[in-house]
Design a binder for this molecule. Sequence first.
Ligand SMILES: Cc1cc2nc3c(=O)[nH]c(=O)nc-3n(C[C@H](O)[C@H](O)[C@H](O)COP(=O)(O)OP(=O)(O)OC[C@H]3O[C@@H](n4cnc5c(N)ncnc54)[C@H](O)[C@@H]3O)c2cc1C
Length: 433
Amino acid sequence: MAWDFSTEPEFQRELDWMADFVRAEVWPLETVAQELGQEGLERAIAPLRDAVKERGLWAAHLPPELGGHGFGQVKLALMHEILGTSPYAPIVFGNNAPDSGNAEILALAGTPDQKAQWLEPLLAGELRSAFSMTEPETAGSDPTLLETRAVDDGDAWVIDGHKWFSSNGSVADFLIVMAVTDPEARPHQRASMFVVPADIPGVRIVRDVATMEQPAEHFGRIGGHAEIVYEGVRVPKDALLGARGAGFAIAQQRLGPGRIHHCMRWLGVSRRAFDMLCERAVARYAHGSLLAEKQTVQNWIADSAAQMQAARLMTLHAAWRIDAEGASAARQEIALIKFFGAGVLHDVVDRALQAHGALGYSTDLPLEAMYRYARAARIYDGPDEVHRESVARRILRGYAPPPGGVPSEHVPTRRAAARERFAALLEAVTSND
Ligand SMILES: Cc1cc2nc3c(=O)[nH]c(=O)nc-3n(C[C@H](O)[C@H](O)[C@H](O)COP(=O)(O)OP(=O)(O)OC[C@H]3O[C@@H](n4cnc5c(N)ncnc54)[C@H](O)[C@@H]3O)c2cc1C
């Protein structure tokens, strides 16, 4: 029997250190981040990053040869649960999206030259990156429809296309662009990835799209989602990342573990919202009792605890499966947690917000920001519906229509068969009467 839900004591010590450090050193940054501005924030974060590096926890998702720990997904998941409690913690620990995922792509598919030029400075925090796949004109949920093209033109690839929601695109030094190189190939072998410097001719960063998360237009801000036009962008042949036509295969390997990290970060946020819900419940008095004594609020607390526990175990199980059998064996588990985890985050934050009434809706608490963050989780990395569809399709592959169209569990049919099988016994029972 190898079922074991415990964490090794040495790693638990690291987790405890992280939890204390994030709470004491990173949470306080949240309320002054705007005032500090980008430069001030960088200055405030620098000593924290040094402390993380000293502790040996910097960019822990990477293999040891790149300065990481080669932690498996279970350990990373436990770590991301803590880092998810603050939007600034992943930056302090060198594994913020999209740089961490892009670093993984470069580590996975990059040539030694590409690693030296892009990956090493990215890991050192000297460069920023973006992942540029989604287009406004085609359904991002079905990337086989991509229209951005990269054409082989002798010594160069020439890229033309229109993207948006390239997170951090307006502050990135380079973009990893997904473009169709082989339109006649099978759908999942048509696209390739390219490393495109952001400042070369033809790359036009149009704007940061204003969103529910950042309703005011601010160009060139970390966390912005850029609209980008690529017009006759010429990149050298060695800008191709991985094999020609391998864009989807690489994306799949990056997105699987990335979804685990997202789900665990969502649990970190959920936990913080849940603590606020419980604190409010024992403090707010209305209609003759504390909120904690009202059954609706008790239900919110119990349902939230159950949902978070389920999402946590499901996510850790998916992480364990990736470690044991690889990302593609865990596709079903990953799809399950992507939509389930996003729903749990949404529900828990929504209840905590509701329990705080007007205060919850105000910016005096972080709940309204969490709510906006939670809403996006149901869309990025594949909308809920796509993951549900993929789960259902996989499950249904194991089923076939019953013979003759009669449901397998049809009681009269089963009874007739059982009567035949137990005829002798039934006969004996009847003759005893
Ligand atoms: C905060 C945020 C950050 C992002 N960051 C990036 C990034 O860094 N790089 C990048 O390239 N992209 C990024 N994206 C884009 C994201 O990946 C896409 O929004 C997502 O893939 C959905 O594509 P779409 O917006 O074109 O929606 P569509 O594909 O048009 O889908 C719209 C809706 O149609 C429905 N739908 C789709 N398929 C099905 C189906 N099979 N069954 C039932 N209903 C269905 C769903 O309700 C879906 O929400 C980001 C998005 C957000 C919100």
